[in-house]
Design a protein around this ligand. Structure first.
Ligand SMILES: [Zn+2]
Length: 301
């Protein structure tokens, strides 16, 4: 990265803040794939969302070890850009300028890397939450990645596109559904519906991690030790690992989320798979290691 590019990133971030210092982003190779982890910023959540069932003492402990002291956890947004040959693949697109003011940094960070949005060939959506898909459109309402093919689990698509969402979903989800319908309708003609196990291209496969949302997918990338882009199957590199059976406040189907989180972490620990977490401390890349009946996160960097 050149100094000019760094300054450009700062300029584009004016008025918005990022927890990620303006240094060269974290990159690594996974088999034949090159990955660059870019940040979309962060949003803040109380510890009670991350650990609603914890005692006060337990919650204070995990929040402190996440690096926060005021019961406000900064939940980062780590977005991988995967390149191979002529392919430029994004997994989720962040929140754009539509959700929290501390998010929406992806566009500037792509520009800082010299990545033209028009060069993005595929966008894989893990699920339909605002911090993952509300960056689909620019402020003008155009597709931010106009040449991409989009992918999402069919179950997830059907959940958010329900025309009767005002009666089928609790009121608290209505704004999320309206935002999801705005963005998903805009890419409808470019959308490929996925089933768990589907291969997007050689070496990238959709993995069923439903529970956070009804059709949540993670993505498995072949090569070397193997990599799973977990997204929100595990939302904290401390809490999800050390207490995988604790409910996360924003999981829609808690029991299923807990089951799939434990299965994912057990497999990752047994097979020594590399993991990428969307909301973990930047860049959110590391391994699950067994610790007693649970796990601990071992950063890869
Ligand atoms: Zn999320």
């Amino acid at each position: 990265m050149t100094i000019t590019a760094v300054k450009k990133s700062v300029t584009l971030g004016v008025g918005r803040s990022s927890d990620v210092p303006n240094v060269a982003p974290y990159r690594f190779q996974q088999g034949d794939f090159n990955l660059t982890i870019l940040s979309d910023g962060y949003f803040s959540l109380p510890g009670t969302v991350f650990a609603p069932e914890a005692s006060l003492v337990e919650r204070a402990d995990v929040v402190a070890r996440l690096g926060f002291s005021n019961d406000t956890i900064r939940s980062r947004a780590n977005i991988p850009v995967i390149t191979i040959g002529d392919e430029v693949i994004l997994v989720d697109v962040g929140a754009g300028q539509k959700y929290e003011p501390t998010e929406g940094l992806l566009a500037g960070n792509l520009a800082a890397q010299g990545i033209d949005p028009a060069s993005v060939t595929r966008v894989l959506f893990t699920h339909g939450h605002p911090d993952h898909i509300w960056g689909t459109l620019t402020e003008n309402g155009d597709l931010r990645f106009p040449n991409a093919t989009y992918y999402m689990g069919a179950t997830e698509w059907n959940f958010w596109m329900d025309p009767d969402f005002r009666t089928s979903m609790p009121t608290v989800l209505h704004d999320f559904a309206l935002g999801a319908q705005r963005d998903l309708m805009a890419v409808k003609e470019r959308m490929v519906m996925l089933q768990p196990g589907d291969e997007i291209l050689s070496g990238i496969v959709a993995l069923d991690t439903a529970g956070h949302t009804p059709g949540h997918l993670s993505f498995e990338v072949a090569g070397d030790e193997g990599l799973i882009i977990t997204a929100d199957a595990a939302t904290s590199h401390v809490i999800s690992f050390e207490h995988p059976s604790w409910r996360f406040g924003y999981d829609m189907l808690s029991d299923l989320a807990i089951k799939n989180r434990q299965t994912l972490l057990e497999r990752a620990a047994a097979e020594k798979l590399k993991l990428l977490g969307y909301h973990w401390a930047y860049p959110g890349v590391g391994f699950a290691e067994r610790k007693g009946t649970a796990f601990q996160f071992a950063p890869a960097h």
